[in-house]
Every structure is written in C-alpha cells, then in structure tokens.
Design a protein around this ligand. Sequence first.
Ligand code: UDP
Ligand code: MG
Length: 311
Amino acid sequence: MKKLYSLVIPLYNEEQVIHECIKRVTDVMKDKDFDYEVIFVNDGSKDATETIVKQYCAEDAHLKLISFSRNFGHQTAITAGMDHSAGDAVIVMDADLQDPPEVVLQMIEKYEEGYDVVYAVRSKRKGETFFKKFTAKVFYRFLKSMCEVDIPVDTGDFRLISRQVCDVLKGLTERNRYVRGLVSWVGFKQTGIYYEREERFAGETKYPLKKMLKLSMDGITSFSTKPLKLTKWIGLVTTASGFIYLLVVIIQRLMGIRLQNGWIPAVIAILIVGGIQLIMSGINGEYIARIFDESKNRPLYIIREKVNMDE
Ligand code: UDP
Ligand code: MG
C-alpha cells in the first residue's frame, strides 16, 4: 500500500505567499509513489488567506483546511495540524517558503531509512536581519546549556515525525508549547539534515519581537527549572558581599577612617538588591503564570471550520 504523508502548514495573514506555497508544495509532492495531504491551519488570519485556501481546496482534495476561531499562535496551529493528520509521517513547515518544500523529499528518504524524527538544521539563514540571526543563535545555545533534554541548535519546527511520535505528542496537552522541545523530549530515533533557510517569499514576518520573546520563555520554562533555583545562588553572593563590606567598614573604623557620604553606597545597594529581588520574583511569576494556565484546563484551540476533512 502507498504511504501517506501529511504536510502541516500554519497560516497567519499569508495571502501574499499562499499561491506560490501551494504551487511549490504540489509540484514537489504530486506524481510520486506516495500519497499526500496538506493540512493548512488558518490561525485567525484577518486577510484573504482563508478565502484563497478554500478556493484551492474546492479544486484539489489533497488540500485541507482547519480554521481557528481566532489567533492562537504558531505553536498551537502546528499542534492542531498534527492532531488532525492521518499520514504515516507528518511534516511541519512554514508557509512563506523559507523552508524549501524540496527538502521534504530528503526527509522522507531518511524516514524510509527508519528514522522517527528528521529535523532540518539551518546551516545558513538568508534575508533575515542581523538582530534576528544573532538573537536566535544565542538563544538556541543558551537553551541547550539550560536544559537536560538535548534540543538541537539552529533548528526550528521544520521537521518530519513518524505516526508513532505524532501519537505520543498528541498525548502531551501542555499549554504554552515549545513543540521542537517536545519532539526532542519524546526520544525515538532522531536525525538531522542540513539546509539553507531561504528568504521569506513575500510579506512580513509574523513573529514580532513580542512573539519571539514569548516563544523563548516557553522554551526555557518548559524544559528547565534552573532559573527558579538561581535565586538562592544570587542570594548567597549578595549576602556574602554584605558581610565582606561590613568587615571592611569595621576595619576602617578601627583605623580611624570615617565614611563620608555614607548614603551613596546605601542607595546603590538598595537599587541593586531591590532590582535583583524584583527580577527573581518576575521569573517566579513566569512559572506561576504557566501553572495557572495549566490549571484552567481550557482547550488548546477552538476550531471554527474544517474543509475537506472527515469528521
Ligand atoms: N504563524 C502562525 N501564527 C502566528 C504567527 C505565525 O500560524 O501567530 C505562521 C506563519 O504564517 C508562518 C509560520 O507560522 O507560516 C512562521 O512564521 P514566520 O515566517 O512569520 O516566522 P519567521 O520565519 O519570521 O520566524
Ligand atoms: Mg518565516
């Protein structure tokens, strides 16, 4: 029997790229010795994305659409696509053609060699700002040093996962998701392939700084508790410095040296120690907010409409 591959493509205001995306993906996937489905997840787009995809869906049954009731975010859109996929393996990719559809065939080859996860490592990133490339590079390495799970560096969500891995991921219902971390966490036989990340085909990035920061906080808080434990070390260092300074002042007094303008060191100390305390309480807040999110037990996403999908 022919293998079925599911492509999951999240869409948020992608009217400018969707035509080219469907064309490139179809060119790569059609007339092969496997079957395929493309699951577009419309993440609350406000432009014509949904109308355009529906027109294509009417002509080609390989193309399927899930529309959310509002914008739930990229990671949630990927999750919904995985939840509704039927393939022997599932491939997640961006709509803007930064992840070249041709690489999917290389992933399928690796899958057929027996790998459960084939992730795509960015050997080069074209057309992205220095700021984005730099912060991404630093973040991936920082995250790696923070967590016990081995999350590959310079790797986004562009990857293939087997049906077995997909089913395991379906059982992980945590809210503030960092999907690429979850895929590493589940284990199985994983391998990477290298590719050059292309420039966005058209339009603007849908990942402003705010969303990037949220994603990186989700990555860290989902896979490391080290920030929570930082408080005690900083506390130890500040307390020790306090005692050392006390000793210095006593010695100065004994030598007859009197401190002038004593309020200056006092103000500095209050600002530094007060600042550290607020930062640490903010870090605790990040974790508590996530516990709160989990405890509400709301669904991860709400689907408004499905096209070309059986119930
Ligand atoms: N995306 C989404 N929901 C969002 C933001 C982005 O579904 O809230 C989709 C977007 O349409 C694209 C993919 O996620 O298919 C990656 O987004 P983008 O290319 O803008 O991110 P970048 O490559 O700039 O990091
Ligand atoms: Mg992109």
